[in-house]
Structure formats: C-alpha cells, structure tokens
Design a protein around this ligand. Structure first.
Ligand code: CU
Length: 229
C-alpha cells in the first residue's frame, strides 16, 4: 500500500502492474533526457552571442530534428500499445467476481458460487482494529486466490463509481446500466487497498476497496465459511 510522502508508485502486485511500471520508467527516461537536452540548448542560446544571423536554412539538421522525435515517439508508442492489448486480454479466468458500486459501498458477488455475495462498507475510525489503515479498511475483504487469473465484472447501481486497485494496475469505471470487464492475477499474497476513483457524491472518499490475496486453501476455507453464514 501507499505510505506517507510517497513519490513513486505502489509496489506491483500483478504482472500487468510490473509492465506498467517498466513503461513508466522507460517514458520517464526519455522525458528526462529530452528535458536535459532542451535545458542545455537554452543555456547555450542565452550565453552565446548570435554569430550566424545570416543563416537561412540547414537541411541536414532539420532532417535530423524531424526524424529523431518521430523515432522516439514510436519507441514509446509500441510498448504502450503492447501493454494496452495485454490488459485487454481475458485468458480463461479461474474465478469471476462481479462488483457493483453503490452510494457509498461496494457489493460483491462470486458468480461461480451458488450464494456467495456480500457488501463491503468502510470501517469507521472508532471501530478500526489496531494497525489497520484509516479510511482504507472495509468490513468484508474481497478474497482471491494468489496466482489465479480473476475476471472482474464491474457495474454501478446509482451513479458513476470506479473500482481501483493501484497495486494491481486496475482502474475500471463502474457505470449504471453497463457491465465493464477486466482481469488481474495477483503475484503474491497480501492486502491491496484502493479507493473509488470517480467523484460519486458526498461520501465518495469513504467507499474503499480491499483485495485480499491468499493461498487457494485459505480461499476455499473462506468461501465455505461465507456460504455457511
Ligand atoms: Cu464511488
């Protein structure tokens, strides 16, 4: 999860997020080099007396500064498109979970099970167990088995919401009357926190999301307990 005064991203908890971080670092490297080059040219322009005031054209340098940016843009666009299509891929998911955004909580339905559904409300500050993050903890975690491709079906009941888990690289709008689909695979066990990312009303800040990734055994225990209760 995020920590105070954090500047970068959260640690990746899924292969897709790993890829996204690589793309971000790659693009940042390009931006850094271009910024440094431009800064160098600016200082040069300021500090050097203009000696070539009669120059009308310079075909060679113009060719270079047209083609080079085009190549740099392609070098960013290709890996970006690769991840875009990777994120769209639904590879035979082991589990399908439907989540619906409400003002102001999320409800979850495990559609592979007969009757496994629950609502997840934010835990109030006064009720927080010791050591759990304020405004991020919920009363029912969405439990998934680690390393299992999971399909999320996302919709909303009243207004626009957005189901978001930064560590998994997921942000999908929950739209009334529309079912959006996305997938993720958690790469290690843990708790992954997120918040609704669409301004949805007065309690928009108080409908967090918690994904709990755990072993398959734990997941089966949990699901049978849920079905009994
Ligand atoms: Cu919302």
């Amino acid at each position: 999860m995020a920590h105070p005064a954090q500047l970068g991203f959260q640690d990746a908890a899924s292969p897709i997020m790993e890829e996204l971080l690589h793309l971000h670092d790659h693009a940042m490297m390009v931006i850094f080099l271009i910024s440094m080059f431009v800064l160098y040219i600016i200082t040069l322009m300021i500090t050097t007396p203009l000696t070539h005031t009669g120059t009308m054209d310079a075909q060679a340098v113009e060719t270079i500064w047209t083609i080079l940016p085009a190549i740099i843009l392609i070098l960013i666009a290709l890996p970006s498109l690769r991840i875009l299509y990777l994120m769209d891929e639904i590879n035979d998911p082991h589990l399908t979970i439907k989540t619906v955004g409400h003002q102001w909580y999320w409800s979850y339905e495990y559609t592979d099970y007969e009757n496994l559904m629950f609502d997840a409300y934010m835990t109030q500050t006064l009720d927080l167990p010791h050591g759990t993050p304020r405004l991020l903890e919920v009363d029912h975690h969405m439990v998934v088995p680690t390393d299992s491709p999971t399909r999320m079906l996302i919709s909303a009941d009243d207004v626009l919401h957005s189901w978001t888990i930064p560590a998994l690289g997921i942000k999908t709008d929950a739209i009334p009357g529309r079912l959006n689909q996305t997938t993720f695979t958690t790469s290690h066990p843990g708790l992954f926190y997120g918040q609704c990312s669409e301004i949805c009303g007065s309690n928009h800040s108080f409908m967090p999301i918690v994904v709990e990734s755990t072993t398959l055994d734990n997941f089966e225990n949990w699901s049978s307990l849920q079905l009994e209760s």
